[in-house]
Design a protein around this ligand. Structure first.
Ligand code: NAP
Length: 288
C-alpha cells in the first residue's frame, strides 16, 4: 500500500503526511482549510479539493481530524471519502473518536465490502513528524497486515487490541489519564501559588517528586515558561476526549469521578477562551 489519502492536515495529520512522504509513500492530502494542505505540496503531496477526490485511486485512506463530527464530514455524504473507496482499499480512522462511531463507520464500509481499522494514535506533534507514534488498532488481523507497512512507517509501536472499536476504546482510557495528570498538576501549581510558595521551587518539587508522571514532566517547560501557545495537543481536544471517556464510563457503568473533575477544569478553561492553547494551559483557568 504505497498510495495514501490523508484527510485532515492539522497538527498530527501534517506530521504524518511529511513522514510518509519522506519514506517514499505517495500522499494525496485533503484539508477543510485548503491552505494547510497546500503547505504539504512543497514536500511532494498532491492536494485534493474534497475527501472524495483525495480518496480516488488511494490504497489506504486515513482520516486524522478533530472529532466525531469532523470524521462524519470527511467520510460520509456526496463528497465524502467513502464514495471513492473500493474493496481494494483499506479505510483507517485515526482521529480520537467514540468507539460507537468507529463501529458505525466500519458498518458503512462493510456494506461496500471495504475493510476498516480504527487506529487512534498516542504521541504528539513531534512523534507524528518523526514517525514515532504508538498505534492502538481495532479490526481484523488480516486487514492490519495489509495496512502494516504504511502504519509501521509512522510508528514505533503497533498494538492490536481486538475487533473494531477496541483501538478507539483504549485510546479514550489512555487519554483520560493524561487529562487527569495535567489537571491535577495544574491544580497543585495554582494552590501552591495561592499558598505563597515560590513558583520555581514549587515546580521543581513537583517535577522531581513521586507524583511527576511522564506527561507532567513533559509539560514542565510549558508550566515554568507559562508558554501554552503553539499547542502540541489543543485543550479543546482534551476536553472532547474527557467527555468521550465519561460517555464510555457511563456505558460500562464505571465510576469516573476523577475524570469528571478534570473535565470540569478543561470545560472552564475552554469557556474562558483557552481552547486553542496546549492543554497544559488549563492552569490559566485557575489563576483567579
Ligand atoms: P488539529 O490540529 O486541531 O486539526 C484538526 C483537523 O480536523 C484539521 O485538519 C481541521 O481542519 C479538521 N476538521 C475539524 N473539523 C472539521 C470538519 N467539520 N470537517 C472536516 N475537517 C475538520 O488537531 P490534531 O492535534 O491534529 O488532532 C487530530 C486528531 O488526533 C484529534 O482527534 C485529536 O484528538 C487526535 N490526537 C491528537 C494528538 C496531539 O497531540 N495533537 C495526539 C493523539 C491524537 P481545519 O484546518 O479546516 O480546521
Amino acid at each position: 500500500m504505497r498510495r495514501i489519502a490523508l484527510l485532515g492536515t492539522g497538527t498530527m495529520g501534517s506530521g504524518m503526511a511529511e513522514t510518509w512522504l519522506k519514506k517514499g509513500f505517495a500522499v494525496t492530502a485533503y484539508n477543510r482549510t485548503r491552505a494547510k494542505a497546500d503547505a504539504l505540496a512543497a514536500s511532494g503531496a498532491q492536494v485534493a479539493a474534497t475527501p472524495r477526490d483525495a480518496a480516488a485511486g488511494a490504497e489506504l485512506i486515513v482520516a486524522m481530524v478533530a472529532d466525531e463530527q469532523a470524521s462524519r464530514d470527511v467520510w460520509l455524504g456526496e463528497t465524502g471519502a467513502l464514495t471513492a473507496a473500493n474493496p481494494g482499499t483499506v479505510l483507517v480512522e485515526s482521529s480520537t473518536v467514540p468507539p460507537e462511531w468507529a463501529r458505525e463507520l466500519a458498518a458503512h464500509a462493510d456494506e461496500r465490502g471495504i475493510p476498516f481499522l480504527d487506529v487512534p494514535v498516542a504521541g504528539s506533534k513531534a512523534a507524528a513528524a518523526s514517525g514515532a507514534l504508538t498505534l492502538f488498532v481495532g479490526g481484523d488481523a488480516a486487514t492490519l497486515e495489509r495496512a502494516r507497512p504504511a502504519l509501521a512507517a509512522i510508528s514505533r509501536q503497533i498494538v492490536h487490541l481486538g475487533p473494531t472499536g477496541a483501538g478507539a476504546t483504549w485510546k479514550l482510557i489512555h487519554n483520560m489519564m493524561l487529562a487527569v495528570h495535567i489537571a491535577a498538576a495544574a491544580e497543585a501549581i495554582a494552590l501552591a501559588a495561592k499558598a505563597g510558595f515560590d513558583p520555581a521551587q514549587a515546580l521543581s518539587l513537583i517535577e522531581n517528586g513521586p507524583a511527576a508522571s511522564f506527561i507532567v514532566k513533559f509539560k514542565m517547560p510549558r508550566f515554568s515558561e507559562q508558554r501554552f501557545d503553539d499547542a502540541d495537543f489543543a485543550l479543546r481536544h482534551m476536553l472532547k476526549d474527557a467527555r468521550y471517556a465519561l460517555a464510555l464510563g457511563e456505558k460500562f457503568g464505571a465510576r469516573l469521578d476523577v475524570v469528571r473533575g478534570a473535565a470540569a477544569d478543561y470545560d472552564r478553561a475552554d469557556k474562558m477562551g483557552f481552547g486553542d492553547l496546549d492543554f497544559a494551559g488549563v492552569v490559566k483557568a485557575m489563576a483567579d
